[in-house]
Design a protein around this ligand. Structure first.
Ligand SMILES: [Zn+2]
Length: 284
């Protein structure tokens, strides 16, 4: 069985469910931004022969629509047995309702809701459930193994989640500024307060007026930490840090975006430990 996932996060979860029953591939390379991704002809070839296709949905990987249409296999297209939109069943945050104003999209070039839902580890239960169900639809004879793999992953996830919550418990309600609006699900799970984001329009550098306003908010609310991502331009975050005396901490928004975040569980191990350490350092 071959499984193709749009992102490394979904690929890591698919691997956990499929174990040695499937070969799992990712379309967006770990060092690229999925929200600005342009598929190449070779990505179409990757879909050939895939039994299951898994996507983030919510406009995050809309480029996949064209690939699936060109590919044409109904089994992995919307409604097919091997099609998984991992956002189905997730309690979404920042839902935009019927608002279709393209200028009011809060740092995202799309926007049914904030699409970074894999960053709440509790959502991995829903995501792995959908992957296991697709696996069972496509290969019913593997049902027992898929269910056992998922149960095994969930028990490791639950044990880890308790540890992560414990590590961040002393920093409950800590106020942060983020570069991109990546962290609402993560922040809600771990009771952190992302007060504002630097980037209000995807891929557009903040204006001097915007930076001045953020600096004022940071001073007023004593915000000492800026969360930055490895592939975002660093200038604005560094400038703001210098102006306010805050520190910049780099977290991994996806599996593989930093070397230590090489699996779904490792992503949270790294982000939680790094953030807890950075918050301790700035609160002293
Ligand atoms: Zn985003």
């Amino acid at each position: 069985m071959r499984i193709v996932a749009s992102t490394s996060d979904l690929a890591s979860l698919a691997q956990a469910v499929a174990g040695d029953l499937a070969q799992v591939e990712t379309i967006v390379p770990p060092a690229a931004d999925p929200e600005a991704f342009e598929p190449r002809p070779s990505d179409l070839a990757r879909l050939k022969g895939a039994s299951i296709v898994i996507r983030v949905g919510l406009g995050y990987d809309d480029w996949l629509n064209k690939l699936l249409m060109m590919h044409g296999d109904a089994a992995v297209n919307r409604g097919g047995a091997g099609y998984v939109d991992a956002s189905v069943g997730i309690p979404l945050l920042e839902v935009k309702g019927s608002q279709l104003d393209p200028t009011a999209r809060d740092g995202h070039a799309h926007g049914l809701a904030n699409p970074h839902y894999w960053l709440d580890p509790a959502n991995a239960k829903t995501i792995t459930g959908a992957i296991a169900e697709a696996g069972i639809r496509v290969a019913p004879e593997m049902a027992e193994k898929l269910i056992a793999n998922r149960d095994d992953f969930l028990s490791r996830l639950n044990a880890s989640l308790a540890r992560w919550e414990q590590l961040l418990a002393p920093h409950r309600a800590a106020r942060l500024i983020a570069y991109h609006n990546t962290w609402p699900y993560f922040a809600r799970r771990f009771r952190l307060d992302v007060v504002d984001v630097i980037e209000i329009k995807e891929g557009v550098a903040p204006s001097p007026a915007r930076l001045a306003k953020l600096a004022a908010i940071m001073r007023e609310q004593k915000i000492r930490l800026i969360v930055h991502e490895p592939f975002e331009p660093e200038e604005a975050s560094q400038l703001l840090a210098r102006r306010t005396g805050a520190a910049v901490v780099k977290l991994a928004p996806s599996v593989g975006s930093l070397p230590a975040a090489n699996s779904y569980l490792a992503l949270f191990n790294y982000n939680v430990a790094t953030l807890a350490q950075a918050l301790s350092a700035v609160s002293n």
